[in-house]
Design a protein around this ligand. Sequence first.
Ligand SMILES: Nc1ncnc2c1ncn2[C@@H]1O[C@H](COP(=O)(O)OP(=O)(O)O)[C@@H](O)[C@H]1O
Ligand SMILES: [Mg+2]
Length: 238
Amino acid sequence: MEATPGIRVENLYKHFGEGETLVRVIEGANFEVYKGELVALIAPSGAGKTTLLMMIGCVEEPTSGTIWLGDEKVYENRWLTKETRKIRREKIGFIFQAHYLIPFLNVIENVTLVPQTNGMSEKEANKIAMELLEYFDIGDKARSMPSELSGGQNQRVAIARALANKPQIILADEPTAALDTERSVAVVKMLKKIAIEQNVAVIMVTHDEAMLPLCDRILKIEDKKVVSKEVPASKDII
Ligand SMILES: Nc1ncnc2c1ncn2[C@@H]1O[C@H](COP(=O)(O)OP(=O)(O)O)[C@@H](O)[C@H]1O
Ligand SMILES: [Mg+2]
């Protein structure tokens, strides 16, 4: 089977400000992330990792270039749809360093919120949410509040929430930064499993070198461009 791109970026530029306050963040990025692939995005702080994810996620408008999500060209020097929010909701699952669960909703309500916003019935959304929570070994926490869960459990809920809508793309911004190594490994392995089993393109920003052998490939922001690298050989982490 030929690998198909979940994400394709061509000649992408991103500048902030103008004149004396002009900041050139990305200057001509070209890369693809394939469906079924877990790619680590690395670069020093301030190099533009979050900005790049937010452009792919249709949150931050690029300065110029082209972005394809699956077979849909969403940006070519301008958004090609007025409905960027719809694209985001339907195609993309976001996972952040902090889990951003809604504190006054219980676990299953947090997971079913977006699918229901997208028009899924409560019954169907609950069924998918329970399957995901069970898959992540937190089925018994469905009626708990986020404040009653550990950091690692909340991050699993956040991943379940990102998956509830069956996204084609997962964008994870330092999802393991708040976790210890053992829990980080568990989260990254979960992302890899999702990539394969659900044929999702996953980009994960990380500063943790120990996570790199668990990924398929590395994208590194270098000289304001994006270069692709092999992952280092696995050490004792796997
Ligand atoms: N809204 C904004 N306005 C101006 N500059 C910004 C804005 N967002 C990010 N930047 C700048 O863009 C650069 C990249 O930021 P960011 O994408 O957050 O980097 P990273 O995630 O790699 O740490 C930084 O220099 C940051 O100051
Ligand atoms: Mg960042």
